[in-house]
Design a protein around this ligand. Structure first.
Ligand SMILES: Cc1cc2nc3c(=O)[nH]c(=O)nc-3n(C[C@H](O)[C@H](O)[C@H](O)COP(=O)(O)OP(=O)(O)OC[C@H]3O[C@@H](n4cnc5c(N)ncnc54)[C@H](O)[C@@H]3O)c2cc1C
Length: 404
């Protein structure tokens, strides 16, 4: 019979919430993960990932995962669970400006690394962590459940589910995504500003092979990225468009849309053929004003969301996990109360600052590349070419992005 009491409750079994459970598995603490979807259905996804599949079977939600976070997930014995046939390592990144001649190429070989990162379907990452967690006797995953309310103060932390079940813990970790109920239920305010853009994602076949390169063209209306998947002519695209453009694009038929995409991409990889739906995600910058409330801590998209132009959102979430897990482990070793605000403060200080800096940098990029002012266009083109030709600076940028 299930006990209604545990040490930690994690609300949200997305990539970040599950990674949090995996990172705490060796503490021996009893942990419950509450997820509103049926995670067990992920087993089906993972099984089909073992087989040879057709381009149309790839999921459209993918993430670029940095080598540092791959290492982190490998240490948790999770990365190894992803079939290697579905991990697309990219060796190069090519970025260029639609207005002018500015361009920059990053090549992993320049810093003696085998690759810059890997593109993996989100569900496979989630499935891999889920399977690893099933081997951990101290972790219980409760799927298909919704939280109705929270009772938290410096004495107790309790989650009330929609079916009135009450679950108690020392600490509740909110990993329930951008629209976090945990954040709202404990009244943590969140600054939000829409980027006034929608990111459209899709998978497509390209006439020419992608050459294990992540491509990104900056258009005035937003960046268009072609991310390589395992098959040499299969790419996942992320096309960010200003609000004024989204209606026009959504009304195109398949052939018109394919033509529009290859034109916007300067036909770099020849003609394209869509093999999936073309789905848009409105982009909003969010940052919780606090990451902590009595016995509650927020991580991942529940605490912050950023523009996907550099593929950093879940990478920041995994860094939240690493930081919080290290802190909790340290407190457990010292037999201190890890759920006390004052003891969790170093996590908030470190991660809030790091996430804020990254958020602001992304907003700066968006502003710089979205501008049609002549001086700014000149500046960014000169800047891109200058960095491209400055070996040491470029190597430094690559190392930073790879988490080295
Ligand atoms: C177009 C696009 C492209 C992106 N590309 C990249 C990329 O290349 N690299 C990168 O690092 N990031 C990328 N991101 C960002 C990345 O997708 C997110 O940062 C990441 O998915 C956040 O993970 P999470 O686990 O914090 O939240 P989520 O993925 O939102 O997971 C939250 C989980 O909580 C569950 N949940 C929600 N509410 C409740 C509740 N009340 N009770 C129980 N469970 C609940 C949900 O079902 C879900 O499983 C991209 C984002 C977009 C929009």
């Amino acid at each position: 019979m299930r006990s209604n009491q545990s040490d930690i409750i994690i609300v949200g079994g997305g990539m970040v919430g599950l990674a949090m459970a995996a990172a705490l598995a060796d503490t021996g603490l009893s942990i419950k993960v509450l997820e509103k979807n049926k995670l067990s259905e992920l087993s089906q996804t993972a099984l089909s990932a073992q087989q040879k599949i057709s381009p149309a079977d790839y999921q459209i939600r993918v993430s670029a995962i940095s080598p540092a976070n791959q290492r982190f997930l490998r240490e948790l014995n999770c990365w190894q669970q992803i079939p290697s046939s579905r991990i697309a390592n990219y060796e190069r990144m090519f970025v260029w400006d639609a207005d002018g001649s500015g361009q920059i190429q990053f090549d992993a070989a320049e810093i003696g690394a085998p690759y810059l990162g890997a593109i993996v379907e989100n569900q496979l990452i989630q499935a891999a962590i889920y399977f690893q967690l099933q081997r951990c006797s101290n972790i219980e995953i409760i799927e298909n459940c919704r939280i109705k309310s929270l009772v938290t103060n410096n004495e107790v932390a309790e989650v009330v589910l929609a079916d009135e079940t009450r679950l108690g813990a020392h600490l509740i970790i909110g990993a329930d995504g951008a629209f976090s109920s945990v954040r709202q239920l404990v009244n943590i305010s969140c600054s939000q500003s829409p980027y006034q853009q929608t990111a459209f994602v899709a998978n497509l076949l390209t006439e020419k092979p992608h050459q294990n390169t992540a491509w990104q063209r900056f258009l005035r209306t937003g960046p268009l990225a072609f991310l390589p998947l395992q098959s040499p002519n299969l790419c996942s695209i992320v096309w960010t468009l200003d609000q004024s453009e989204t209606g026009k694009i959504e009304n195109l038929d398949k052939i018109e849309l394919e033509k529009k995409i290859s034109r916007a991409f300067e036909n770099k990889l020849g003609g394209v053929q869509l093999v999936s739906e073309f789905r848009g995600f409105p982009l909003i910058k969010r940052h919780a004003d606090r990451y902590l409330s009595d016995r509650v801590v927020l991580i991942g998209d529940a605490a912050h969301t950023i523009h996907p132009l550099a593929g950093l959102g879940v990478n920041l979430g995994f860094q939240d996990v690493l930081c919080l897990a290290n802190l909790i482990k340290d407190q457990v070793d010292k037999k201190r109360d890890y759920w006390v605000d004052a003891n969790l403060r170093p996590f908030e200080r470190e991660r809030k600052t790091a996430n804020k800096i990254t958020q602001e940098a992304m907003s700066g990029f968006k502003w710089l590349f979205g501008s049609d002012s002549l001086p700014l266009t000149l500046l960014r083109n000169i800047g891109l070419n200058a960095v491209d030709q400055t070996g040491l600076l470029k190597q430094q940028i690559m190392r930073q992005a790879m988490g080295q």
